[in-house]
Design a protein around this ligand. Structure first.
Ligand SMILES: [Zn+2]
Length: 252
């Protein structure tokens, strides 16, 4: 058992958790058909599947509750109940989670990010300097497997990938296909920004009509299931490798 929602102290004291997984999502509109909590639900679901597979291979990793607030783009935060969490707050949360895990004897954390606006690299680097014996890894679950082998157009936000995953894990939260917005997106007028050689956060009010980015029409529960399987297999394998890592044996 690896789901903190179901673990009591009697379970924890008889377990040997080698690492913790922290799903991290966002609270934001996801086109017209997916729930605001999509990123929280999916980052947690993928974490639970991966941890269950790792446990079968003999490695226990505890899945913490998802942090439900993400870093949001300008324009997005103008929508009602879209909650923007500042990087300073995210850093404070991570600092407290890492310090607490460390006191309790766990010295590894895998951040399972489910929201494109979150970027933990800088914060992880700061914490790596401050806690040299504590290993923190961050990953975007939707990037660990090449989505183009599973979907016609994966999309960025509430597109085919996310809609398929929600149809697989939480079909009861997905509105009927006839309600899907197109997810059509306006491009930048400067080519360097479109090819991502140069970056600035997109203004969501200006790039999307329905808050989606990417066409969800070809989404299916079947493809969501196949992708979820592939992602959780890769993550489970990583969990097993990471469980055996130490700051000393991390390099060949
Ligand atoms: Zn999302």
């Amino acid at each position: 058992m690896t789901n903190i929602d179901a673990l009591s102290w009697s379970d924890v004291k008889s377990s040997q958790f080698r690492l913790a997984i922290l799903p991290w999502g966002a609270t934001e509109p996801h086109n017209l058909h997916l729930p605001y909590s999509t990123d929280n639900l999916l980052s947690r679901a993928v974490s639970l599947d991966a941890a269950a597979k790792a446990e079968v291979k003999g490695v226990q990793a505890v899945v913490l509750p998802a942090i439900p607030f993400g870093s949001q783009n300008p324009g997005q935060t103008d929508f009602p109940i879209c909650i923007h969490m500042r990087v300073e707050t995210q850093k404070a949360i991570l600092y407290d989670v890492v310090s607490s895990l460390k006191r309790g004897g766990i010295n590894k954390l895998l951040i399972m990010n489910g929201h494109g606006g979150n970027n933990f690299n800088g914060v992880v680097r700061d914490l790596a300097v401050e806690f040299p014996d504590f290993l923190i890894v961050t990953t975007d679950w939707y990037k660990v497997v090449d989505a183009r082998s599973f979907f016609t157009e994966p999309g960025d936000h509430a597109g085919e990938l996310e809609t398929s995953m929600m149809l697989h894990y939480y079909p009861e939260y997905v509105k009927p296909q006839e309600t899907y917005g197109s997810g059509a997106t306006r491009q930048f007028s400067i080519s360097g920004l479109n090819n991502r050689s140069f970056w600035l956060p997109r203004n969501w009010q200006r790039v999307s009509e329905d808050t989606g980015i990417g066409n969800p029409q070809h989404a299916s529960a079947e493809n969501g299931k196949l992708f979820a399987e592939a992602v959780s297999n890769v993550v489970a394998e990583f969990i097993c490798d990471f469980a055996n890592a130490t700051p000393d044996n991390l390099y060949r």
